[in-house]
Structure formats: structure tokens, C-alpha cells
Write a protein that binds this ligand. Sequence first.
Ligand code: PXL
Length: 276
Amino acid sequence: MDSHNNQKKIALINDLSGFGRCSIAVALPIISVMKIQCCPVPTSILSNHTGFESYFFEDYTSRMQDYVDEWKKLDLHFDGICTGFLGSVDQIAIVEKFLRDFTEEDTIVLIDPVMGDYGKLYPTYTLEMCQKMKDLVQYADILTPNLTEACMLTDTPYKEKWKVAEITEMAEKLSGMGPDKIAVTGIPQGSFLANLCYETDKPVKIRRTHQIGTSRSGTGDIFAAILAADAVNGVPFEDSVRKASLFLKKCIVSSIEKEIPLTDGVCFEEHLSRLL
Ligand code: PXL
């Protein structure tokens, strides 16, 4: 029988940045190539992301509820919900309502708490938004904070050097807030960056990833999209973290070869077929 719900679907709540390869612009093609229908909910529209000196930013909060109300009329059911960059406190409240309205028993919720990097909040992020993000974490099955975001969500002072045990402690705290799978990204380890892969009742795993000095925009969004699509496809979390790390490494190597500025993200397009 015909149904909107005959194919697996992920609702992707994120911004649309026209340039800089982040958010919807990278997550949508990745989720599609992994054979899942991707349904975006735009949170804001930017000419280019906030890592550039200048950008145009239009908040979409006031339109979002009308937008998703139409999805209720269509009786859409989602196998996954993936949230990323959020632009205001009111918007976080709308996302919370979306999670309450659309999360069913089998829906996997991935929250990427995009808040900041290198120990600092992104320019559009306020302390009130941090508090609301802490409340949102309870809805997540999977959480993908970088080190800065893990610190902000657990009220841990940020620093440059970390012991695995200290990051594991933060992951445990985060897990206590809701999610049972957590990938803490962007951990400096010698000349590499690593991800810490935490699953409730399993030993912690460290996965090395991209080389240091090449931290590029959008890599967190690519990482989260692969994890969300894999989770919906039933791939074990640890395998998925390894796959996402390897994929990013290839993309970063190509971006260095092509001398792409760090702001412009990674050349993932030529590697998409690796995710098939
Ligand atoms: O990739 C994270 C991200 C997403 N969206 C916007 C951003 C950033 C990081 O700077 O500015 C608009």
C-alpha cells in the first residue's frame, strides 16, 4: 500500500548555509547516499557559516512551527531525528516540541550540540541557549559533542590537554543526562585528533582521526550525519564512529591537496561513494 512511511526517513533540523560546507548542505547528501530519505527542517539561513568574518543570518524560528505542523497533517513518521546548529532560545523550545511530537518508540534521536569550539561559544550562542541545550540532551539517544561542547554541557573548565579518564568522566556525566551513546570529538592526541566512543555498559574506545592543524568547518556535521544514518540502518555504534573518522580523514587529505581554505569545509563530494 502507498505510504509516505514506506522508506526510512531522518528529519534533519539544522541551518542552511549557502557556502562553507556545513549543516544541511553536507548532511543531506550524506544521509541520501546512505539510502535514507532526508527531510530537512531549516533553523536559519546563512549566506556562509559564522566562521567567516562576515555573513548574512536570517533566523527561521517564527516559521518553524507552521512548517512542521504540515508534517503532522501528512502523518510523517521518522526513523531518525538529527539536530544540529540552533539559532535562538525560542528555537530550542520548538525543537524540543518537535522531539516530543515526532519521537516514537523506534525513533533514534541524535543531538549534535553545536555550541562552540576551541573552548569558546560560537558568536550567535548565548549562555541562556547553553542552559536550554542542557535540557534538550535528555531527548538524545546519541550525542556528538566536541570537547568544548562536552565541557559546556557538564560545567567542566576547558583546557588544552586531557587524560582519557577525564573525558570518560564527562561522557559518563552526559550519559546520566539521557543519551546512552556518546562520541566526544576533536580530542588532541600528539599529531592526531581522536574521538572517544562511549556506550553505556561497554569499555570506552578511542578512534584516531584527522591530523591536527586541519580542523575544518562542517566536519562535525558530516560525522553526525554518518552516525545518524548508520544508527537508523542498524550499524553498531563503534563501527560507525570508525567509518565516520576514516571518511573524514580521506576528505581532509583531499582538501589539503586542493589547498582549500579551512573555512570552506572538506571536499566530501569526491568521496561520497565510499559511504554507499
Ligand atoms: O558546523 C557547525 C556550524 C553549523 N552552522 C553554522 C555554523 C557552524 C560553525 O561555525 O556557523 C551556521
